[in-house]
Design a protein around this ligand. Structure first.
Ligand code: ADQ
Length: 473
């Protein structure tokens, strides 16, 4: 790839760490598949990453960014947002309107005009920074639901570059999308990108339905791999590109001795009991209360599970400023107390619950130590935990129970036990089935899952997206 890659996302992909010297701090690339996959390409073609650093502008923070840029072959450029912008654009419209709406959870949506205005303003602010940074032949790749309007602002600033967009979360049906008071503005703005990518075929179809429903004058041409939307002189290419993880890296790290020791230590605490794992950000889309109720139902319906199975649920704090997230934390704690109170006996607790971020060694240790993973979101763009669990299950002895409403189900349906997270009986039955599954069947299913995840890893995803801009057919 010869053109410079300009990646734009709400947050810059960095975290602050100590340098080890007195009070010294520096930035390091944040962990995560997207950064791992993009960093080598960004290094190679001296790319540019534009986004909000996540903290306030002050001389020291600007210096940290400059130092990072000196140490790397690609550059970070900040979009400094003030606290009103963060409140309205990020906490408000992005997290309290688009996030629940796009996950089919209309009941959680707030529709506030001030939030919408702040969102439009912040997207304009991003566009200004991008426009001031562009060179003639740049390839611009904008990420996710916080930045749907950026291309439209760039076009208004006379930017003629090819612009592409990838949505990491689901795209809703027309019926749901129509409820959004600013639906026309968002759909029209998305038509200013040249390439729009989604996680699944369903999301892509939903988007096409919304475009057809809201802009009657478009013509749609369906090709094998893409849909082309003709809108006056514009042509927008729409595709679906399921995101992957860095299989080789996870597979290698899961074999490290520190991870093996961690997994063994962890395992010893539970003796011969079967461990079921849940790992999620604290979010109402992840279906954690529904999972607890299904686990309770399994203990009730299949009493031989009692004393032999524990659910280990790790929840990483997130969006703590949004009231629904604070409520959810209390709901989860209440449920754990109630279910444990009902079933616990000396030497056995049904649910172990941790509210914290795990470091990588511990996370991989958990993945390796647990025989079953319960990944049961009510709706999810993809869900990387499902893929990380299978990749870390290097002995092949694990069962993935996966929600049919996670994007990952499209790729992993052959090897996983697929469930409807709203169907408590079905989930309880799946837990029992996973518990009683023969080793041969577990291994065969895990083999299928791992092969699929390896084939479609995040590096392939990046290549595929970048090449799609030019590809036809
Ligand atoms: P998320 O909603 O954040 O991402 P997900 O894909 O599951 O969801 O990724 C979560 C990440 O956080 C994983 O890499 C996982 O390892 C990590 N994590 C979760 N709990 C943790 C814990 N307690 N400790 C440490 N790490 C933890 C959005 C979309 C998804 C889509 C991704 C990528 O919502 O659907 O898959 O983007 O496109």
């Amino acid at each position: 790839m010869l053109r410079r890659l300009v990646v734009v996302s709400n947050r810059l992909p960095v975290a602050i760490e100590s340098t080890g010297k007195r009070g010294g701090r520096q930035l390091r690339p944040s962990v995560g598949g997207l950064v791992t996959a993009l960093a080598p390409i960004m290094e190679e073609n001296h790319g540019l990453w534009i986004g909000w650093p996540g903290w306030d502008q002050e001389p020291h923070s600007a210096r940290l960014l400059q130092e990072f840029n000196r140490r790397h072959a690609y550059e970070l450029r900040p979009v400094w947002l003030n606290s009103e912008e963060v409140d309205g654009y990020y906490r408000g419209f992005s997290n309290e309107t688009l996030w629940p709406l796009f996950h089919d959870l209309l009941g959680y949506c707030k529709f506030e005009t001030e939030h919408w205005q702040a969102y439009a303003q912040a997207n304009h602010h991003f566009a200004q920074v991008i426009a001031a940074s562009l060179r003639a032949d740049d390839f611009v790749w904008v990420h996710d639901y916080q930045l749907t309007l950026v291309a439209q602002h760039l076009r208004a600033m006379k930017v003629r570059h090819r612009l592409s967009f990838f949505l990491h979360i689901p795209f809703p049906s027309l019926d749901l999308f129509r409820r959004l008071p600013w639906k026309q503005s968002i759909i029209q703005a998305l038509m200013e990108y040249d390439l729009v990518g989604f996680q699944t075929l369903r999301d892509r179809r939903n988007f096409i339905q919304c475009v057809k429903g809201l802009i009657p004058q478009v013509a749609i041409e369906v090709r094998r791999r893409y849909s082309l939307i003709h809108y006056g002189p514009r042509m927008v290419k729409v595709g679906h590109f399921p995101i992957g993880i860095d299989f080789e890296e996870f597979n290698r790290d899961a074999q490290a001795s520190a991870v093996a020791e961690n997994a063994q230590y962890f395992r010893r605490q539970f003796g011969s009991r079967t461990l079921i794992l849940g790992v999620d950000r604290l979010d109402y889309t992840k279906g954690i209360p529904e999972r607890f109720l299904a686990f309770e139902r399994a203990l009730e319906k299949y009493p031989d599970l009692q004393g032999k199975v524990s659910l280990f649920q790790v929840v990483v704090p997130s969006r703590t400023h949004v009231p629904y997230y604070q409520d959810l934390k209390e709901i989860l704690e209440g449920m754990v107390g109630r279910i444990n109170g009902r079933f616990s006996r000396l030497g056995w607790i049904p649910i172990h619950y941790m509210y914290r971020m795990l470091d990588r060694v511990k996370l991989l240790g958990c993945y390796r130590a647990c025989e079953i993973a319960l990944v049961t979101p009510l709706r999810d763009g993809m869900n990387l935990v499902a893929k990380e669990y299978c990749t870390s299950t290097i002995d092949g002895n694990g069962v993935l129970i996966l929600s049919e409403f996670a994007g990952a189900a499209d790729q992993l349906a052959k090897g996983a036990l697929i469930v409807n997270p709203y169907d408590r009986e079905e989930m309880a039955d799946a837990i029992y089935r996973a518990f009683t599954m023969e080793l041969g069947e577990r291994r065969e299913r895990m083999r299928v899952l791992r092969a699929q995840i390896r084939r479609n890893d995040v590096h392939r995803w990046v290549q595929w997206f970048l090449e799609s801009d030019r590809a036809v057919g």
